[in-house]
Design a protein around this ligand. Structure first.
Ligand code: LLP
Length: 382
């Protein structure tokens, strides 16, 4: 995965750092263009996955829009050159100030998650003399078959409204003069590998569409969210997710009306594989049944293993010795600060470099200053 020149470059840099392969990012976006954009689909990059300017620049050049979940993300997207007409604003708890940022820029759509939010948005729009386009986020009650912390489309989750509340929406809409309901929005979860949940989603969307039409509401767009997963186990076998199969699910199963647009909000599948966390082995010590490889990166740089029991591949970059068994851990005083347990790796020594793979999404952006750690830096292939 990493050529000798890149590994030599790593040796001269202070660890830990995130390394981004911008070529791989371009390749990934190329596949999205071929199988998505060129087929007429609209793709918004979920900026929450990684908000680095270098990444945003490449995403913008590829013709994608942006999906934001905070006022600051809207500001960042504008700063990175995205047009307000490319920005969707989601989130279950938008503050008045954040809504006002969206109104100020006249963004493409507010993805509203409750009837109360729609009412507040209408009031704030009236106050500032603006008109807002709204997509209502509906909870389709679809099992995404992923980790419970990143499942969002079940009735028990806090996201969206249940379709049984739609009669209330239809009743209140005519009274709201400063908003237009232009679309419906869904997002069932993240790191979804099995395509069946997306097929189930399409079926729910088709049924919900009928309900809107029975109430004489013609939707301009359907936003089916993001959630497509990546291969964490063997990233080199699948550096670019299979976007052909992904978009085909929607081709085959979504009943689209004339002139209607279909929008996606993909995060992880765009940036996940292009990023690695590069770290140095500080110490090796023998445990009861295993050897501990203590790295200079920890849960403060990559929290996914601690939070979602995520298994990121650990690739030694500077050892070719015979294998031994390791628990690969960080330096933070928490036992959950463990990247992998009981894995076989070429023997590691103090000073060896390792790459923690598939860390481009929800890695650097979820890093923290716990233990007063220095903020992790980003290094790019160009
Ligand atoms: N749209 C909405 C409304 C979302 O909430 C999300 C992600 C996305 C799109 C993009 O989903 P993606 O395509 O990246 O799966 N920190 C967790 C993931 C949280 C995802 C939150 N929402 C992780 O590291 O696994």
């Amino acid at each position: 995965m990493f050529d000798p020149a890149t590994i030599d470059r790593f040796k001269s840099l202070k660890t830990p750092f995130y390394y981004y392969d911008l070529n791989l990012l371009r390749q990934t976006l190329g596949e999205i263009k071929t199988h998505g954009l060129d087929k007429g689909y609209h793709v918004h990059y979920a900026i929450k996955a990684n908000f680095n300017f270098r990444i945003l620049e490449i995403v913008r050049e590829a013709g994608l829009g942006i999906d934001c979940v905070s006022g600051n993300e809207i500001e960042r997207a504008i700063e990175a050159g995205f047009k307000p007409s490319q920005i969707a604003f989601a989130g279950v708890g938008k503050t008045d100030e954040e809504i006002e940022i969206g109104l100020k820029y006249e963004i493409y759509s507010f993805n509203c998650e409750s009837l109360q939010e729609i009412d507040v948005l209408n009031q704030l729009a009236e106050k500032s003399g603006k008109h807002a386009n709204v997509s209502i986020r509906l909870n389709p009650n679809v099992e995404a078959k992923t980790h419970k912390y990143i499942t969002t489309g079940l009735t028990e989750n806090k996201f969206g409204i249940n379709p049984d509340k739609l009669p209330l929406l239809f009743e209140m809409l005519p009274k709201l003069k400063n908003i237009s309901l232009t679309g419906i929005h869904f997002h069932i979860g993240s790191q979804i590998i099995d395509l069946q949940p997306f097929i189930d989603l399409c079926e729910k969307v088709n049924r919900v569409q009928d309900l809107f039409e029975q109430n004489d509401i013609l939707l301009q767009h359907i936003n089916v969210g993001g959630g497509y997963g990546i291969n964490y186990e063997t990233p080199d076998e699948e550096p670019v997710p299979d976007f052909k199969s992904f978009f085909e699910v929607f081709d085959r199963n979504l009943e689209i009306r004339d002139g209607q647009q279909v929008h996606f909000e993909l995060g992880r599948s765009i940036v996940g594989q292009c990023g690695s966390l590069i770290s140095k082995v500080l110490f090796i010590k023998e445990g009861l049944n295993t050897n501990f490889a203590v790295l200079d990166a920890g849960m403060t740089e990559l929290i996914r293993p601690a939070l979602y029991q995520a298994a990121h591949r650990v690739d030694p970059l500077t050892s070719t010795l015979p294998e031994k068994t390791y628990d690969v851990v960080g330096p933070i005083c928490e036992s959950s600060d463990t990247f992998r347990k009981g894995i076989q790796l070429p023997e590691l020594k103090r000073g060896d470099l390792v790459a923690i793979r598939s860390a481009g999404a929800y890695g650097e952006v979820m890093s923290s200053g716990f233990n007063l750690r220095e903020r992790v830096k980003a290094v790019y292939s160009e």
